[in-house]
Design a protein around this ligand. Structure first.
Ligand SMILES: Cc1cc2nc3c(=O)[nH]c(=O)nc-3n(C[C@H](O)[C@H](O)[C@H](O)COP(=O)(O)OP(=O)(O)OC[C@H]3O[C@@H](n4cnc5c(N)ncnc54)[C@H](O)[C@@H]3O)c2cc1C
Length: 257
């Protein structure tokens, strides 16, 4: 008898939460043999009319000890995957590839005491998973999460993140700063420029109350490719280097699409 668990499974949607008309979270069943580390992504599949399956990478919001899987999704008007995804209801099925991918994981770094997580839009997803995991806070006593969005309503998971900030110290013993940057409207308490601009002006470091320092700061960047590129360029100009296994550096990047 072949005991190899299936690589592709059919999972069931169990929960939907809409943040805005174009942004929602969903939970679905999880194959028992699917393993991942916080910060990683998997591939989800939906069938088109002609029998073709559209596969897309999605970062897990949930943690490895959660019996279900949770994701955060944009709706791209006319997008092959998300225009189908947004019509699904609880009880509908989603194809799942049980391999996990990605290096936006804290065990990639073997030094540093402050972890900066810089996200725009759905690039927040891997960082929620990391922050829900007490191991992240044990490894990095200081954590800074920056979420850049256009409108305040897109600050998904804000209440949960504010609760984590209030739980001082956060699970695992660290302390967390949660900063939001809203570019298209004024939101009380939020910064109001793009992440690369806030870094260059020093406003982000000032709002966090901690400097960005090559010795102790480690940085993860995830989201809009323009933000990722501009942030990477600014960091490189300041002497920070991308982290590679054989060439340790200070930052890791993941493009949001
Ligand atoms: C490593 C990785 C992880 C990802 N994780 C997530 C995730 O957790 N949640 C998520 O919603 N998407 C995520 N994506 C993007 C996702 O795979 C799809 O691109 C997205 O769901 C849209 O699919 P689509 O077929 O509808 O449109 P596509 O044809 O795939 O995309 C069309 C266009 O929509 C825009 N777009 C695509 N994705 C986004 C996005 N997330 N935010 C804003 N604009 C976007 C881009 O301009 C893109 O060219 C991830 C992508 C990568 C590479």
């Amino acid at each position: 008898m072949d005991a190899t668990p299936p690589r592709f499974t059919l999972e069931t949607l169990t929960h939907l939460r809409r943040w805005t008309p174009r942004l929602f979270s969903f939970r679905m069943t999880r194959p028992a043999h699917f393993h991942f580390r916080p910060g990683q992504f998997a591939r989800l599949g939906l069938d088109g009319e002609d029998g073709q399956t559209f596969w897309r990478p999605y970062s897990m919001v949930s943690t490895p000890d959660d019996p279900e899987l949770e994701f955060l999704s944009i709706v791209v008007p006319g997008g092959a995957f998300t225009s189908r995804l947004e019509t699904l209801r609880v009880g509908d099925t989603i194809r799942f590839n049980t391999l996990s991918f990605g290096f936006l994981t804290t065990d990639t770094f073997d030094s540093g005491t402050t972890l900066w997580m810089l996200a725009t839009g759905t690039g927040l997803a891997p960082f929620v998973s990391l922050l829900r995991d007490p191991a992240t806070c044990r490894q990095f006593p200081r954590l800074v999460l920056v979420h850049g969005v256009r409108h305040g309503a897109e600050l998904a998971y804000r209440d949960e993140l504010l609760r984590l900030v209030d739980e001082a110290p956060v699970p695992g013993g660290g302390s967390l700063r949660y900063l939001s940057a809203v570019t298209r409207e004024s939101v009380p308490g939020a910064l109001s420029a793009r992440i690369p601009t806030l870094l260059a002006s020093g406003d982000l470091q000032q709002a966090a109350g901690w400097p960005l320092d090559r010795e102790v700061s480690r940085i993860m960047i995830c989201g809009n490719p323009d933000m990722v590129q501009d942030t990477r360029s600014w960091l490189t100009a300041q002497g920070f280097r991308p982290h590679r296994r054989k060439e340790p550096g200070q930052f890791l990047v993941e493009l949001g699409w």
